[in-house]
Design a protein around this ligand. Sequence first.
Ligand code: BGP
Length: 470
Amino acid sequence: NDIFKKTDFLWGSATAAYQCEGAWNEDGKGLSEWDWFNHTSKKNINNTDGDIAADFYHHYKQDIDQLVIGHQNTYRMSISWSRIMPDGIGKINTKGLHFYDKVIDYYISKGVEPNISLFHYDLPLTLSEQGGWLNLKLSDYFANYARICFKHFGDRVKLWATINEPHYYSYCTNIVGNYPPSRHLDFQSYFQYQYNLMLASAKAVSEFRKLHIDGKIGVVHDNGNIELANNTKEKSKVREIADLFYNRMILCPALLGELPKEMESVMKLFNVDLYREKNDQEIIKSGKVDFLGLNLYNRQLVTDWHKGETNVFHNNKGEKSATREGIRIKHLFETAYDKNIKRNPWGREENPRVMYTALKEIDKRYQHPMIMITENGVGEYETPDKNGFVEDDERIRITNKFLKYMLKAKSEGVNVRGYYHWSTMDLYSWINGYEKRYGLVRVDFDNNLKRIPKKSFSWYRNFIETYEKE
Ligand code: BGP
C-alpha cells in the first residue's frame, strides 16, 4: 500500500455526492431519500434541492483540474448508492459504475489520490421506505453494496470510508428532524440508528478484508470529544453521558472493536432498549477500521441539566438572532453557552482549538489510531465583487488556526495523516441550501455554474506548498 510513498501527508478537499453531483435522475440513477425529502416533504425548510447542485456530474474534469492547480494531492468524495443500485439492492446500474470509473480514472491520471466514502446520507428511497436504518436488514444490504464497490473500484482506490458521520446523521434525522425522514427527539431511533450504522460499517469492513483490497478503510465521525463547562457540578456523570451521546457509540466499535462499556447503563437513563442480535459483538469485533476520519467543525461544550423540558436548538436558517445551538436533556445534561466565544450566524462556536484537544484526546484514549481530518471548514454567507471574486478573509483566518492546531497535535506525536478542506467548491448545504457557502472555489448558481476560485483557494495552495518545503 503506497499511499504515503510520495508524501507523508495528504492535502486535499472534500465533497459528497448529493451535495455536488446533480444529475439526480440521469443515466438510470434511482431516487434517494434526499430526492424525496427535497421534492415532496413539507418538513424540508430549505425550499431547494440537489437536482443540479454544482453539477459535478458534468463538470468533474474542470473541478479536478482546479484542485490540481491548488496543489492538492487527494480528493474526498462519496458514491451515491442509488446511482450504482437504483433500489439499494438487486439490479446494478452499469452507467452509474461507469460515471465513477471516469471520475476516479481522471484524477488518478492527474496524480490525485481518491478517498471514497460509501455512504454520505443519501439512502436509496426504496430502502428508506422499508424503515431505513431502523430495518435490521440494512446492514446486510449495505455490506452487499460495499462489496460491489470494492470489487469494481478496489484495484484503483486505496482510501475508503464506510459511513459519513453516523452520529450526526442520526442526530439530524432523529433528534432535530431536519434530515429525512424527520423524527423529533426520538432517542430510541437515535441510538438504534447509530448502532445499526456501526454494524453496517463493521460488515463492510469484513467484506473489505475478505477481498484483500490493497488499501485502508475507515469510518468518518464528527468532532470526537466533549468539553465540560467550568461550573459543571456533576462532572463525571455529565462527561460519561455526553461522551456516549456524542462519540462513543461510534469510536468504541470503530477503533476498539467493542461496544462502549457504559452503553447499557446510559441507555437506561434515556429509557432506550436497543434491538440487538446474538452475534453482533463478533461482527463489531471484526469491523475495526484502519483509520478514523474526523470531521471537525466545532466544540461540544456541555454541563449539568439545570431546568426545563428536553429540547433541541438548531438554527437551519443562520439567523443572526441565534443564541445557542445544542440540546437540553431533562435530568441528564445540556449544552453550555460560553459568552466569551464568537459564534457564526448558525449559533455555532468559532473555536479552532478543538482541533488540538480532540486529536490529543482520541489519540490517548483509543490506542493512537491513524486519523485523517476528512472535513474542516467555515460556512459563510458570501457576497462576491463584480467579477465574482470572493475575498473570504474570515475563512482564511479561521482555517489557518485550525491547521496550526492540527500541526501542533501532529508534532506532538498524534498520527494524523491527511487534511481535507470542506469543501472543494460551493455546493448544497444540508441545512441552508445554497445560501451557506463552504467552497474554496465559488460556484455561481445563477450564471451557468461558473467556477471562480476564492481568495482562500490560493491561500490554501500556499499553505500546502510551504508545508511541503519545510
Ligand atoms: C458535515 C457533513 C457535510 C457538510 C458539513 C457542513 O456534517 O458531513 O456533508 O454538509 O457538515 O454542514 P452544513 O452544510 O450542514 O453546514
